[in-house]
Design a protein around this ligand. Structure first.
Ligand SMILES: Nc1ncnc2c1ncn2[C@@H]1O[C@H](COP(=O)(O)OP(=O)(O)OP(=O)(O)O)[C@@H](O)[C@H]1O
Ligand SMILES: [Mg+2]
Length: 258
């Protein structure tokens, strides 16, 4: 096993490591338990994300990946444990406050407002920005990344291709120049060449602006190319964490993921 890999199977050990380095992390989960109604989905998740890094969250269908992101964004209540962002606990976070504090979230499934035009979608995305000027500057940044959107400004989002909808969904988040971007399966519905292109853009933005990214993905090999570190979620618990490079080894990837 490579030295850079840390196999962590004990929640106590994860917690110990996290508590040892409290200042480094922009996002930190400490024993998070949450679910829906009576159904417990997250069974004590502890993880940490350092400022500026890209962290991949992988795991099989139903493992709780989307639920984890929803918990950060205040879309489901926290039953037990805590989430810390930028040094402070997110007690009962409200999405609007989170947007203002620099967290943006792109849910699973190309969610855009289909009846609105591309321009109207981006204006909605930028609604928490303080001024019209900030919105138009944000739009220019998005167009620099996704020029195809500029050509379709007046087009209704419902008529865009899957790839264009995904660009718009990303654009709606990026217009805010977030400090922390939460992405839930951004590759969904994208043709393979588009996947590596979209991931390349995400990596470029992170490098250029220092944006931290947590990315949930089923396209594991693709996401490992841009991620610094990876967490594997299995039935609501972290079953592996380590450097993304470590999983370039097919046998290791199979061992932790399959
Ligand atoms: N709104 C909901 N109400 C009740 N149960 C839900 C709800 N959303 C998800 N679940 C359940 O919670 C568990 C985890 O779901 P989640 O969507 O977090 O998985 P996931 O890892 O994102 O899976 P996928 O890769 O399929 O997107 C599943 O058993 C799922 O059926
Ligand atoms: Mg999901």
């Amino acid at each position: 096993m490579s030295d850079s890999v840390t196999d962590i199977f004990s929640p106590e050990e994860v917690k110990r490591q996290i508590m040892a380095l409290p200042d480094k992390w922009i996002l930190r989960f400490d024993g998070l338990i949450a679910g829906y109604g009576k159904k417990q989905v997250l069974n004590g998740v502890s993880l940490e994300v350092a400022s500026g890094e890209i962290v991949a969250l992988i795991g099989h269908n139903g493992a709780g990946k989307s639920t984890l992101l929803k918990a950060v964004f205040g879309l489901i209540p926290i039953w037990h444990g805590q989430i810390f962002y930028d040094g402070a606990a997110l007690a009962s976070p409200k999405p609007r406050e989170l947007l203002r504090s620099g967290i943006a979230y792109v849910p699973q499934g190309n969610r855009v407002f289909t009846d609105l035009t591309v321009q109207e979608n981006l204006e909605m995305g930028g609604t928490t920005l303080p001024t019209k000027k900030a919105i138009s500057e944000g739009m220019e940044r998005v167009f620099a990344l996704f020029p195809a959107l500029k050509e379709r400004l007046k087009q209704r989002a419902g008529t865009l291709s899957g790839g264009e909808k995904q660009m718009l969904a990303l654009g709606n988040a990026l217009i805010l120049a977030p400090k922390l971007l939460l992405l839930d399966e951004p590759s969904l519905g994208l043709a393979p060449p588009m996947v590596s292109q979209a991931f390349g853009r995400i990596q470029q933005i992170s490098r250029d602006s220092g944006m931290t990214v947590v990315i949930v993905e089923q396209k594991v090999r693709e996401v490992l190319k841009i991620a610094n570190r990876v967490y594997v979620l299995r039935t609501g618990q972290i079953s592996f964490t380590g450097a993304a490079d470590a999983l370039n080894d097919e046998a290791k990837l199979r061992e932790v993921y399959l």
